[in-house]
Design a protein around this ligand. Structure first.
Ligand code: 5GP
Ligand code: MN
Ligand code: MN
Length: 337
């Protein structure tokens, strides 16, 4: 299912702010597994804001190597063993209905109220309080509106992680989701003291294994459909040879995305028994359509899916979905009756 358009944004902002304020038990703040800068920045921003309001907050979030610089010691915790009595779950940047993509806690073992703040077009809009707007570039940007509704003043400690979220999901304000409002909100965060240069200096440092692994990944590159589709693959053997790990791999897809004439970049993470596809698209091609066809989701220009099958089988499914999407993108839209 792909939802688009905006129901009633200001009403949704007040509803989630109200749900967060009205709850007097502990709040568990969560985001999607394998968190990116938007997930981490959003969790840290909301966690800090709720703690400032005197709330008891748990933020069980495992961090990728390149974002470990961001939180203070002890601010985020390891995976949640048992849900605290009377908890509210604030689920950020996670789109699906059963929240099976949530990291750090078992949502299936939770029966309490859920607040969901998200910008995925594939969000199924089922939670007790919802703020979902696919036209927003980042969950972190929506949280700025939520903090305003909570009457929490923007400080450097809140602004820096929220700016990280915005930088991540706009590709440092390069993607087409960067609007005048995006830059206005980013400017507000900078005025509040957000440390833009520090964030970029810290998050863009790569260990040597990043480059040795990159060499392997570049060797695997394929150009298909006259260069419109650019693919690369990573598997365990490559990781072992390079001495790297899976976390080093995520940024490569953005580099593939810059191939001239490319409309679709696919980074294939081959785990042996299953395969994760990271998809990026432009020029009328929808990464989201391909991801949805493979049982995943995401946004039109950036989406992903995990296929529970070995490489050859998963690759067959990918190739079919890609051909279907290229055909759809080339068909001119039918005139409306
Ligand atoms: P990435 O390729 O960076 O992992 O993900 C790109 C986008 O697609 C993100 O918004 C992410 O949340 C979404 N995404 C990635 N994998 C999946 C998946 O397996 N299922 C769904 N629903 N979304 C995914
Ligand atoms: Mn995300
Ligand atoms: Mn996001």
């Amino acid at each position: 299912t792909i939802n688009s358009g905006l129901d009633d944004y200001p009403a949704q902002v007040s509803a989630v702010a109200q749900a967060l304020l009205a709850h007097d038990g502990p709040t568990v703040v969560l985001a999607h597994e394998n968190p990116d800068g938007d997930a981490v920045g959003s969790v840290l921003g909301l966690t800090r804001a709720l703690r400032e309001l005197g709330r008891e907050v748990y933020a069980p979030m495992p961090l990728p190597r390149y974002l470990q610089f961001l939180p203070e010691d002890g601010e985020l915790e390891g995976p949640l063993e048992t849900w605290p009595e009377g908890a509210l779950a604030a689920v950020l940047d996670v789109d699906n209905n059963d929240f099976s993509r949530v990291g750090g806690a078992d949502m299936a073992a939770f029966s309490g109220p859920v607040v969901n703040i998200d910008h995925h077009g594939t969000n199924l809009r089922r939670a007790d309080a919802l703020l979902v707007d696919p036209s927003q570039p980042a969950t972190a940007m929506m949280l700025v509106d939520v903090l305003d509704a909570l009457n929490v003043p923007l400080t450097e400690a809140l602004a820096t992680p929220l700016l990280l979220g915005m930088i991540t999901d706009t590709g440092s304000f390069q993607f087409s989701n960067t609007t005048p409002q995006t830059l206005r909100t980013a400017a507000r965060l900078l005025e509040a003291g957000a440390r833009l240069n520090w964030l970029n200096e810290q998050r863009l440092q790569n260990p040597p294994t990043y480059y040795t692994l990159l060499r392997e990944v570049l060797n695997s590159m394929e150009f298909q459909h006259d260069g419109q589709v650019v693919l690369a693959r990573v598997n365990e053997a490559m990781l072992e040879r390079a001495g790297g790990n899976w976390e080093d791999v995520d940024p490569y897809v953005n580099m593939l995305r810059n191939a001239e004439g490319g409309k679709l970049a696919v980074l294939i993470k081959d785990f042996g028994d299953k395969v994760k596809f990271s998809l990026r698209s432009r020029g009328g091609v929808s990464a989201q359509n391909i991801a949805v066809a493979l049982g995943g989701g995401g946004h039109v220009p950036a989406a992903g899916a995990t296929v529970e099958a070995p490489y050859a089988e998963a690759r067959e499914l990918l190739d079919q979905a890609v051909i279907a999407e290229l055909a759809r993108a080339q068909t001119p839209p039918q005139p409306q009756e």
